[in-house]
Design a binder for this molecule. Structure first.
Ligand code: SF4
Length: 710
């Protein structure tokens, strides 16, 4: 898919990780229309409501246009030129590094950055500043899937691809609502069901979502009980000899240890905790174990949990025990939340990973990367993951933070704590396309960034497919591409630190990508054969795509070998059915409801883009607290009245809605509304800062709350 005709540019939707190809029409100044790219393999011309209104979301208004700086917290920011802005930033960062060391500064980046942006920030943090304090909002999104894949398969490598949906005999959709959150993936699911009425679909979700309505079997589990459910399903598979003993023997390790623990995890034993009849668990196990090819699709319901790694591992164990991996229609397949969370994982721009799936705790990996980057050494001290990073800002260990393309004053849990941390910080840089985000008031330096349609690079979608993102129109005001801002700052900081700056002098995005791709040679995610030129000539490609390869790789582990030292996949103890506290905080008499938070169909994150499109407000016009009608009656409430939803960390006032998709004892609040629209933090004023001990992903999905008339 080469460049389209004049006044048209082929690019990729900037919302979810489906990664749909878009043709953007423009007049040289504005993007005037969009349509789905008919030859892009992620969507073949289809777009959902969000993607098909990208041109409206890209309309002028609400943008950060010029650098703004303030010298003290008591004065407003004033417009300055780029030189002044970046010199001020370099001076403050250099001074803090000199006085307190490199770990006194941090970078908090985003799964919405392009791969090239990610690469420059990562090299800036690790190779120049010398800190592992770089994390991404992908920590809130996919880090439990990363830990689950690494523990079981040996690397953060998604084995399956979209084509598998069409050839699967069974879909297990767990903790995901693709009908709303990945609509074009859901169109594939609908197509598969139409083409193959024998296809069975099980959905595991505490809510009866639109996806659950579509399924043959909906397991409306108690929140947080998924790890028990998958182990109980495996218990059934083992008991009824529906496992693949040859596959287990030849391609895995650790099964005996898991089997010893599964004895206690019968459907009868876990049914009450899961909130399900035991026979439904047995039925789900039969559907999975008897299927010719079983594919599981999952998202935040598994990941955003304080035992997210365990849930991921337990789900992947189902595939390893049945040999449902590495062949058409079979495999575990995490759906990426953000458009380029996968690219950020390849780049390694997160505290717990290095480029090309290297490990910052591994001395050999650090040494190899230092050699490739031409620096003496890379830092050893573990970096701070998102929640811990903001804790460190609050207690003064981290004094300056550079935030790029994300809105932590909306999206992190326990907003009171996050906001206190941003107030305490000595210096906050915000690199952002939109002026009105909840984080903007905390910024001492605001740097205007180019946005979708204005910048070029690459992204990687859920199925490991790398696509070109292309600029159609100039960025407004003085906004610049994110990678260029980071590289400019790095050169200025290098001079102040007395270090060489030539490692940050790329000619363009293609040169940044070339450096990133070279780092991956010989790794499991080898994409050293890719370049902007090849992607322009041959269209989007799936990694691995090593140098010299003719094509990418649709699915992984087809030979039964895994990237572990012995080549075997592992039954990871992290996913064994040990006693897990199901919820990060228990409900009690004062906080008797479990809060569930999540996405709506037509909005994206804090609505900086989608909020500008009138047509996207029709589906859900306002934030509401959704409660089961039984609870509304029982509590003497009525739909439409204002209620105060209060937790242990904050409260929010919202209209009450009768919502039969929510089970009794739970309340559902969409995550899109925050302080900018509600005058106080929304769902994340209530959510828990508890994190998974392995993945460090916060448990954004569950918190204990009360509900009372406002
Ligand atoms: Fe964009 Fe996702 Fe919709 Fe595709 S499914 S058009 S990537 S929001």
């Amino acid at each position: 898919t080469g460049p389209a005709a004049a006044q048209e540019v082929r690019t990729v939707c900037c919302y979810c990780g489906t990664g749909c190809g878009v043709i953007a029409e423009h007049d040289g100044r504005r993007i005037t229309a969009v349509r789905g790219d008919p030859v892009h393999p992620a969507n073949f011309g289809r777009l959902c409501t969000k993607g098909s209104t990208l041109h409206l979301a890209a309309a002028p208004g609400g943008r950060a246009l010029f650098p703004e700086l303030r010298n003290t917290r008591t004065e407003p920011r004033r417009e300055v030129d780029w030189d002044t802005a970046l010199e001020a930033a370099a001076e403050r960062f250099a001074a803090i590094i000199a006085e307190h060391g490199p770990d006194a500064v941090a970078f908090y980046v985003s799964g919405q950055l392009l791969t090239e942006d990610y690469h420059v920030f990562n090299k800036l943090a690790r190779a120049l500043v010398g800190t592992n304090n770089i994390d991404s909002n992908s920590r809130l999104c996919m880090s439990s899937a990363v830990a689950g894949y690494k523990g079981t398969l040996g690397a953060d490598s998604v084995p399956a691809c979209y084509e598998d949906i069409a050839v699967a005999a069974h879909l297990l959709i767990a903790g995901a609502n693709p009908a709303w959150a990945h609509p074009i993936v859901f169109r594939r699911i609908e197509d598969a069901k139409r083409a193959n009425p024998e296809l069975t679909i099980t959905v595991v979700d505490p809510r009866r979502t639109e996806t659950a309505e579509f399924a043959d079997l909906h397991l409306q589990i108690a929140p947080g009980s998924d790890v028990l459910l998958y182990n109980a399903m495996l218990h059934v598979l083992l008991w009824e000899d529906l496992v693949d003993r040859d596959f287990i023997r030849e391609h895995t390790s650790g099964f005996d240890a898991l089997r010893a623990q599964l004895a206690e995890c019968s459907p009868g034993n876990v049914a009450a905790a899961c909130g399900l009849p035991a026979e439904r668990i047995v039925e789900a196990a039969h559907r999975f174990g008897r299927a010719r090819a079983a594919l599981s699709l999952w998202c935040m319901g598994l990941n955003q949990s304080h035992h997210g790694t365990a849930s991921n591992a337990a789900l992947i164990h189902l595939h390893l025990a049945t040999g449902q991996i590495g062949r058409p229609g079979a495999g575990p397949f995490s759906l990426t939340g953000q458009p380029n969370a996968m690219g950020g994982r390849e780049v390694g721009a997160m505290a717990t990973i290095l480029p090309a799936h290297r490990d910052p705790a591994d001395a050999a990996d650090r040494a190899e990367l230092a050699r490739l980057w031409g620096v003496p050494a890379l830092p050893e001290t573990p970096g701070l993951a998102a929640v811990q990073l903001f804790d460190a800002l609050a207690d003064g260990r981290v004094k300056a933070v550079w935030i790029a393309c994300t809105n932590p004053a909306h999206s992190l849990p326990d907003q009171a704590r996050v906001r206190a941390a941003l107030e305490k910080a000595e210096f906050v840089v915000l690199q952002e396309a939109f002026a009105g985000t909840e984080t903007a008031p905390f910024a001492d330096l605001l740097l205007p960034a180019a946005s979708w349609g204005e910048k070029s690079g690459t992204v990687t979608n859920s199925e490991r497919r790398v696509s070109r993102v292309r600029a159609a129109v100039p960025a407004p005001g003085e906004a610049r591409p994110d990678w260029a801002i980071a590289a400019d700052f790095a050169r200025r900081l290098a001079r102040r630190l007395g270090r060489p700056a030539d490692g940050f002098a790329w000619a363009d995005e293609a040169a940044v990508f070339a450096e990133h791709a070279a780092l991956s040679a010989g790794r499991d995610c080898d994409l050293s054969g890719l370049s902007h030129a090849l992607l322009d000539a041959q269209g989007p490609q799936q990694w691995p795509f090593p140098r010299g390869a003719a094509t990418g790789t649709a699915r992984l582990f087809t030979d039964g070998r895994f990237p572990t030292p012995d080549g075997r996949a592992r039954f990871d103890p992290a996913g064994f059915p040990r006693r897990h506290a199901l919820l990060p905080e228990p409900t009690d008499a004062r906080h008797p409801f479990v809060l569930l938070s999540g996405r709506l169909r037509d909005h994206w994150h804090g609505m900086s883009r989608t909020g500008k499109v009138a047509g996207l407000w029709g589906h859900t016009p306002q934030a509401v607290a959704g409660l089961n009608p039984v609870d509304i009656t029982r509590r003497g409430l009525r739909a439409g009245q204002l209620v105060r939803v209060a937790g242990r960390r904050g409260e929010v006032v919202l209209p009450l809605a009768a919502d039969a998709t929510v089970a009794p004892g739970q309340v559902w609040i969409p995550m899109h509304w925050g302080a900018a629209t509600l005058a106080r933090p929304g769902a994340n004023g209530l959510t828990s800062p508890a994190t998974d001990p392995l993945s460090k992903q916060p448990a954004l999905k569950q918190a204990a709350v009360s509900i009372a008339p406002a």
